[in-house]
Design a binder for this molecule. Structure first.
Ligand code: UT7
Length: 341
C-alpha cells in the first residue's frame, strides 16, 4: 500500500475589473494586434481597491475547500505561492490562514511563476512523508500592483488572479495523485526578471522609488528564448521519471506566460492543442496563479476524467522551473474507501 497526494478540490477567484488590449492603446505605444500576435493575450483582470493578494487567495481557497467538501478544521497545512505578497512582513499565508479560519501550519513559497507547481510538489511530499491528510495549496497574485504602466514591455503581459487546490492523501496499490516531478533553478539568470529594490540588496528609499526600482522588469526576449527549452526539458524529465510517454498525457497545463511559448513547447513535446489547457487570452500572465486557474477551468469544462494523466510545467523568475505529473481522480477519497461529501 502506498500513499500519494491527489487533487480533491479546486477553486479560483478573479477580480471583476478587466483591462482590454484597447485600454493599453491609450496608455503606452502598443496595439491590440501586437499584443494578440506576440502574446495571445486579449484581456486581463485587475484588482481594484480592497482586493489584494490575500483576499483573492482566501476566496480561491474557500472555493477549493467547499468543492472538496471539507471544513477549515480538516486542513493540515497551507502553502501559499506568490510573487506579490500581501506585505513584506508577515508572509501572505498568515493572512490567508486567518481569512479561512485555519488551525494548521502555513508558509509561503516564492518561486516566481513556478511557485504554484513548486508548492504543489512540496505540499504533496510533506503530505505523503508527514502523515498529513489534507494540504491546501494557493497561488495568488496582484501583479498589477508592481507593474510600471509606462513600460510597454511588461505592463501588457500580466494580470491578477488566485487559484487553489486541496491535496488529499490517497492510499492503495497504485492510487491517484502525484507520480513524478522536476524542480530546477538557474540563479545565474536571476536578473532576467526582477524587482531590484525593497530588499536587503537595495533597501527602499526615496531614491529607489524615484528611480522606478519597485516595478518588475523583464528581459522578455531572453526569457522567451530560454522558456521553451526549459519547459520541454523539465516536462520530459518528469515524464521519464514516471515511465510515461508524452502520448499518454491527457492534459498539459502549462504556465500561461505567452501563447507562443505554450504552442512551441507543446509541439516539441508532441502534444496537440486538444491536449493543452490555454486561457491566457482572458487572463494574461497571472504568475503563480496561472496554473491553478487553467487547471480549474479545464476541470470545470469537463476536460478531466478519472484516471487521466495531467502534466503541469511552469517557469519564471529566478529562473525557477517546476513540473509535476499527476493521475487525476474524480473522487480521491474513494481510494481510501471513503467517499468525499
Ligand atoms: O512568466 C514569467 C516568464 N515570462 C515569460 O515567459 C515571458 C517571455 N517573453 C515573452 O513572452 C516575449 O518576449 C514578449 C511578449 C515579452 C515580447 O515579445 P517578443 O516577440 O520577444 O518581442 P521583443 O521583446 O523581441 O520586441 C520586439 C519589438 C521591439 O521593438 P524593436 O526593438 O524591434 O523596435 C519592442 O520594443 O516589439 C517591441 N515591443 C512592443 N511593441 C508594441 C515590446 N513590447 C511591445 C508592446 N507593444 N507592448
Amino acid at each position: 500500500m502506498i500513499s500519494r497526494a491527489a487533487i480533491a478540490g479546486w477553486g479560483v477567484c478573479v477580480p471583476e475589473a478587466r483591462l482590454t488590449n484597447a485600454d493599453f492603446e491609450g496608455l503606452v505605444d502598443t496595439t491590440d494586434e501586437w499584443i494578440v500576435e506576440r502574446t495571445g493575450i486579449r484581456e486581463r483582470r485587475i484588482a481594484v481597491e480592497g482586493e489584494t493578494t490575500a483576499t483573492l487567495g482566501i476566496a480561491a481557497g474557500a472555493a477549493a475547500l467547499k468543492q472538496a467538501g471539507i471544513t477549515p478544521e480538516d486542513v493540515d497545512l497551507l502553502v501559499v505561492a506568490t510573487t506579490t505578497p500581501e506585505q513584506p512582513i508577515p508572509q501572505t499565508s498568515a493572512f490567508v490562514h486567518e481569512g479561512l479560519g485555519l488551525r494548521c501550519g502555513a508558509f509561503d513559497v516564492g518561486a516566481g511563476c513556478a511557485g504554484f507547481v513548486y508548492a504543489l510538489v512540496a505540499g504533496s511530499l510533506l503530505l505523503v512523508g508527514g502523515a498529513l491528510e489534507r494540504v491546501l495549496i494557493v497561488g495568488a497574485e496582484t501583479l498589477s500592483r508592481i507593474l510600471d504602466y509606462t513600460d510597454r514591455q511588461t505592463c501588457v503581459l500580466f494580470g491578477d488572479a488566485a487559484g487553489a487546490v486541496v491535496l488529499e492523501a490517497a492510499r492503495g496499490d497504485d492510487p491517484p495523485g502525484l507520480l513524478a516531478w522536476d524542480l530546477g533553478c538557474d540563479g545565474s539568470a536571476a536578473e532576467l526578471i526582477q524587482m531590484r529594490a525593497g530588499g536587503s540588496r537595495m533597501p527602499t528609499s526615496a531614491a529607489t522609488v524615484a528611480a522606478g526600482e519597485h516595478w518588475v522588469r523583464m528581459d522578455g526576449a531572453e526569457v522567451f528564448r530560454r522558456a521553451v527549452r526549459l519547459v520541454v526539458a523539465s516536462a520530459s524529465a518528469t515524464l521519464e521519471r514516471a515511465g510515461v510517454g508524452a502520448e499518454q498525457v491527457d492534459l498539459f497545463v502549462p504556465h500561461q506566460a505567452n501563447a507562443r511559448i505554450i504552442a512551441a513547447a507543446a509541439q516539441r513535446l508532441g502534444l496537440g492543442p486538444e491536449r493543452v489547457a490555454v486561457n491566457i487570452d482572458r487572463y494574461g500572465n497571472t504568475s503563480a496563479a496561472s496554473v491553478p486557474l487553467a487547471l480549474a477551468e479545464a476541470a470545470d469544462d469537463g476536460r478531466l476524467h478519472d484516471g487521466d494523466l495531467v502534466l503541469f510545467t511552469a517557469i519564471g523568475a529566478g529562473m525557477a522551473w517546476a513540473s509535476a505529473l499527476l493521475r487525476w481522480s474524480d473522487c480521491p477519497g474513494d481510494a481510501n474507501g471513503r467517499a468525499l461529501t
